[in-house]
Ligand binder design. Sequence first.
Ligand code: SF4
Length: 88
Amino acid sequence: MADQPTTSDGTPLHELKKQAPRSPDQIATDNPKSMRAAVNFKCWQCSNFQKIEVTLCTVTGCGLYPFRPWQRTKQDRSADGVQSGFDG
Ligand code: SF4
């Protein structure tokens, strides 16, 4: 069996791939029937691939506006004592 590719510290590359955060397009591709993944991808694409721009979206006439992801900022969650969610 061939050696697996590794990083300089010996970590197998396939382990790094598992740990890496997936982008909304990867998540939508991996879950083609997920409405949430589709909306997240569309808003991310519409906002030039910047989650913060989705958070700041003001297009209230858009059909996806009520369902857009990352609506709450870190400051919003801190005020509520919630620690998880959008990190940038
Ligand atoms: S809700 Fe905003 S970010 Fe999402 S698709 Fe509509 S205009 Fe774009």
